[in-house]
Design a protein around this ligand. Structure first.
Ligand code: C5P
Length: 223
């Protein structure tokens, strides 16, 4: 049983790759003083460990690594590559890996450090598996070409050698895997609000979501 803090604000976000969930999650978390977790980074970290330690990589090794995971492990720039993203979508299909990652995410969502007013997590199964009782749920998406272009520009800015078409192909493949896998597939739950960021600037997206959150907080008497 994990410890749960009472009266905290919990925001859950699910989205396909490169839809802008990370940028929004971070902006919302800064604004409302929430502890933010990009859960994709955990699967990327697992994929990174699998590539770096192919011989040692097994359940026991991973259990220890996840138990001792630090935020700095998730900030490793190497996790940002397209190769690691694709490898993450393969390891994330494994039941034992999802199980190991589960309790880390629960603790993060329900027991954020006291300096935070709550938590905000984004991923693929957050709204219905990790934080099903979130106060607010969002499904953030954008069309495939827009997502590929955004990811391509991000990768270009970190000096990674990859073409737009390679990114497009990779995201398409990842979408297929994330949407159709048997275990914890990406889906929009009925109680999630759909935000399509295709034609919206980062600021416009933030303001749209802020309006929804403020309304909810007002109703609950928190503002
Ligand atoms: O969000 P990001 O693109 O970094 O995620 C990398 C991969 O990790 C995804 O393609 C997905 O397969 C997996 N993932 C997942 N569940 C989450 C977050 C990410 O399966 N909650």
């Amino acid at each position: 049983m994990i410890k749960k803090r009472n009266n905290i604000l919990k925001i859950a976000i699910d989205s396909p790759a490169a839809a802008g969930a990370g940028t929004l999650g971070r902006a919302i978390s800064n604004h409302y003083n929430l502890s933010y977790l990009d859960t994709g980074k955990i699967y990327r970290y697992v994929a990174y460990l699998k590539i770096k330690y192919p011989k040692k990589f097994n359940k026991k090794f991973l259990t220890l690594k996840i138990k001792n995971i630090k935020i700095k492990n998730l900030q490793n720039k190497k996790l940002l590559s397209d190769k690691i993203g694709s490898a993450a979508s393969i390891v994330s299909k494994k039941k034992y890996i999802r199980k190991l990652v589960h309790s880390f995410q629960l603790n993060f969502a329900y027991n954020p450090p006291l300096k935070f007013k709550g938590s905000c997590l984004d991923g693929r199964d957050i709204t219905y598996n990790i934080v099903p009782d979130a106060d607010l749920k969002f499904y953030i998406t954008a069309n495939l070409k827009t997502r590929a272009l955004r990811r391509f520009n991000e990768l270009k800015n970190t000096n990674q050698r990859i073409t737009y078409y390679e990114v497009l192909k990779s995201i398409k493949k990842r979408d297929k895997s994330d949407f159709t896998r048997k275990i914890s597939p990406l889906k929009k739950t009925k109680d999630s609000l759909l935000i399509n960021t295709t034609n919206l600037t980062k600021r416009a997206c933030f303001l749209k979501i802020k309006k929804i959150i403020d309304k909810k907080l007002k109703i609950n008497g928190n503002i």
